[in-house]
Design a protein around this ligand. Structure first.
Ligand code: GDP
Length: 138
């Protein structure tokens, strides 16, 4: 069993498509081990995306991620990290595979609907960034 951190990004919450993404997560047989809605401050978004500090899109990305509420979740399952990234699809929705969440719900390379941890190390950091032990219901 493995855990990954998923985020439903601001444009999806704004549009009212949170339920569709959660339905997809449940259909894919992930267990939702923890979940909450919150609005990040700019500084909190910068801390979450610290590995991207210095990239040309860092300021725009962190402004966007703090522009409205997001839903953060810990998904649990076999190979959860790799499997959730496959279901999300490529970073750029225009290049994402048919049937992927980013293909269906993403707007552009920045507003690409969802986030997923890309390694065990980043999953550990990202889960710890948002959730304390008592928030898990596994
Ligand atoms: P991910 O692992 O597929 O989410 O992609 P990355 O780790 O490379 O990038 C993190 C997030 O930054 C992406 O999900 C996008 O929201 C955003 N992003 C990535 N590349 C670009 C870009 O070229 N321009 C802008 N504006 N945002 C980007």
């Amino acid at each position: 069993m493995e855990r990954t951190l998923a985020i439903i990004k601001p444009e999806v919450v704004e549009r009212g498509d949170v339920g569709k993404i959660i339905t997809r997560i449940e259909e894919e047989n992930f267990k939702i081990a923890a979940m909450k809605m919150l609005r990040l401050t700019k500084a909190q978004a910068e801390g979450f995306y610290h590995v991207h500090r210095g990239k040309f899109f860092f300021d725009e990305l962190t402004t966007y991620m703090s522009s409205g509420p997001v839903v953060v979740m810990v998904l649990e399952g076999e190979n959860a990290i790799r499997r959730w990234r496959q279901i999300m699809g490529a970073t750029d929705p225009a290049k994402a595979e048919e049937g992927s969440i980013r293909k269906e719900f993403g707007t552009d390379i920045q507003r690409n609907a969802v986030h997923g941890s890309d390694s065990q190390e980043s999953a550990a950091f990202e889960i710890g960034y948002f959730f304390a032990g008592m928030e898990f219901h596994a």
